[in-house]
Design a protein around this ligand. Structure first.
Ligand code: N01
Length: 537
């Protein structure tokens, strides 16, 4: 008689960022034995790794927090309109302590493999240290922007100066004082860090391949009255957030198409939103900004005019004007003094679209036309292998021959961004084809963890042990995801949403852009219909 091995845990959680921490809390409440395995030497995920200067959330701090405990949201005090990385990390550490989460987190533990055995109905993970752990359920709380990427450019390892990646920033910080510094990349991380690095560096060269739209954040200390009112309305606001496209309440939805306004009215509307700061309000100016190119052009032109009027050198201004994508189709950046920074004498913008970096040298880098730059330090703000990178780095497979790298070789396929057909009992939090990165992330993490917790509870109640997504349900969801994306302007941009920043990555639109309301309604309907599209046994 075969003696069945007793699993080590009920649920393995991979990652102790926002999603993993809540999963521990939520599943423990159901009496489950859980443990999260985290590569970092601290919790916090994104907010643990991205310590670059100026790192700040682009969702307002009163929104960007957990909703699962009303006392928590009443007692935490955010100092500013937008949370800084240190402040958000402090918050996550506070949450961990307050709910005694740390006892179920194992730090400094990178998971290298996760294998499912159908005979035992167990997932077994293997860590970099060689430890193995088994459980019937495994949750990938591995994050969407957690696999930093240096560009593959000749000679990168020959460069002997200081080299940093915004997503792997040293804990002790970096002092660029007196240094000739380069920043490569002008996405959110580059745009947030450039003004601060510029203030320290002897000279800063910004190497820009693609100009991006950025709006002023208008960060400021949080007004006490605004905080008081928000806290008073927290419960209703959180509920209302699920009935919005981005999972954030409080922004009146647009009621007009851009063409219904005169050009003077549009200008006044964009001007007011520019002065207010923030991206949702700006994109909510008109109903069709993300649907109709002509409508979008009016908003794009407004921002380009702002760039031209801010940046004194006309050539630099022109280079900073985005011209290859409609505004909002790449993550809209929020900045503090980004364009103003190019008026400093110690900052030079170098366009590398038509004259790319040819190679790194021992002392800096050389462009294709032969011009070279000696640099004491280079900060790579070159982004991430987004959405699928973290899971593809783990050897995820089943004894029935399913392999995540093979399954996703033409792009991710998921059902609701929660499960992948053929990988039973493995859940994802904010996986591809869910609204995660297009929403208030913490809300989406809570939604998914709650969904997973309820599914496990449902199964236990019925004595079931096995859940998988049906192949047809997955096919339908992938198709729906693509159809929704194709009905918008999003696919027009070469963004990490489509994997365009990773050479060779299949081009498929990865986030669900039908909005949080449509998505959560679909999830509710799935549950109401007895977990439609999932096979349970
Ligand atoms: O990364 P990105 P990020 N040679 O991929 C350039 C979230 N986030 O870390 O566009 C030269 O956006 C690349 O150029 P191109 C947020 O969701 C949030 O900035 O590919 N350049 C691009 O300019 C965000 O969207 C916050 O032509 C190269 C840049 O590097 C996401 O994270 C803050 C290159 C990468 O931009 C990612 O942002 C920070 C090469 N070989 C991040 N390879 C907030 O909450 C890449 N680039 C505010």
């Amino acid at each position: 008689m075969t003696v069945m091995k007793k699993p080590d845990l009920d649920v393995i959680i991979i990652g102790a960022g926002v999603a993993g921490l809540y999963a521990i809390y939520r599943l423990r409440k159901q009496g489950l034995q859980v443990r999260a395995y985290e590569a970092g030497d601290g919790i916090g995920g994104t907010w643990f790794w991205n310590r670059y200067p100026g790192c700040r959330c682009d969702v307002e701090s009163m929104e960007y927090s957990y909703a699962f405990d009303d006392n928590l949201q009443q007692e935490w005090k955010w100092p500013e309109r937008y949370g800084t990385q240190p402040e958000i990390l402090k918050y996550l550490n506070y949450v961990s302590q307050r709910f005694n989460v740390m006892r179920d987190v194992q730090l400094n533990t990178r998971v290298t493999a996760a294998h499912f055995d159908s005979g035992t109905n167990l997932w077994t993970i293997t860590t970099e240290q060689g430890e193995t752990v088994s459980a019937p359920f495994c949750i990938m709380a591995t994050g969407n922007l957690s696999t930093p990427r240096f560009p593959k450019i000749t000679g990168i390892d020959d460069y002997t100066g200081e080299k940093y990646h915004t997503g792997l920033w040293p804990k002790e910080g970096v002092d660029f004082t007196g240094k000739v510094t380069g920043v490569i990349g002008t996405g959110s991380s580059g745009v947030q860090s450039i003004p601060i690095i510029a203030k320290q560096a002897k000279h800063l060269f910004v190497f820009q391949r693609t100009a991006n739209f950025s709006l002023p954040a208008r960060n400021a200390p949080l007004e006490p009255e605004k905080e008081r009112k928000h806290k008073e309305e927290y419960v209703e606001r959180r509920k209302a957030a699920y009935s919005t496209p981005f999972g954030i309440a409080g922004y009146p939805p647009p009621d007009k198409f851009a063409a219904e306004a005169t050009s003077a009215e549009r200008e006044a509307s964009y001007e007011a939103k520019w002065a207010e700061g923030g991206s949702i309000s700006f994109l909510f100016a008109y109903k069709d900004l993300l649907l109709d190119k002509a409508a979008n052009d009016t908003a794009s032109d407004f921002v380009r005019a702002k760039i031209r009027s801010t940046v004194k050198d006309p050539k630099t201004a022109e280079l900073l004007c985005p011209n290859d994508h409609p505004i909002g189709t790449k993550r809209l950046i929020l900045d503090t003094d980004y364009f103003e920074t190019y008026n400093r004498d110690n900052v030079t913008l170098v366009g590398i679209r038509s004259n790319p970096i040819e190679r790194f040298t021992r002392s800096g880098l050389q462009l294709t036309d032969g011009k070279s730059y000696d640099l004491d330090a280079i900060s790579f703000a070159t982004g991430f292998d987004a959405m699928t990178g973290a899971m593809r780095e783990i050897d995820i497979r089943t004894d029935k021959g399913a392999d995540i790298r093979e399954k996703w070789q033409d792009g991710p396929r998921t059902y609701l961004g929660i499960m992948v057909s053929g990988f039973p009992n493995m859940f994802m939090v904010t996986g591809p084809q869910s609204p995660g990165v297009k929403s208030q992330m913490i809300l989406s993490c809570e939604w998914h963890v709650d969904f997973i917790a309820a599914a496990i509870e449902h199964m236990r109640g019925k004595g079931l042990t096995h859940i998988d997504a049906e192949g047809t349900a997955e096919d339908g969801w992938v198709e729906h995801n693509n159809q929704v994306a194709d009905s918008t302007l999003y696919p027009l941009a070469n963004s990490w949403y489509v994997g365009a920043n990773i050479p060779g990555k299949p081009r498929i639109f990865m986030p669900y852009v039908g909005g949080v309301e449509a998505y959560t309604n679909k999830c509710k309907q799935v549950v109401d219909n007895g977990y439609e599209g999932f096979q349970m046994s």
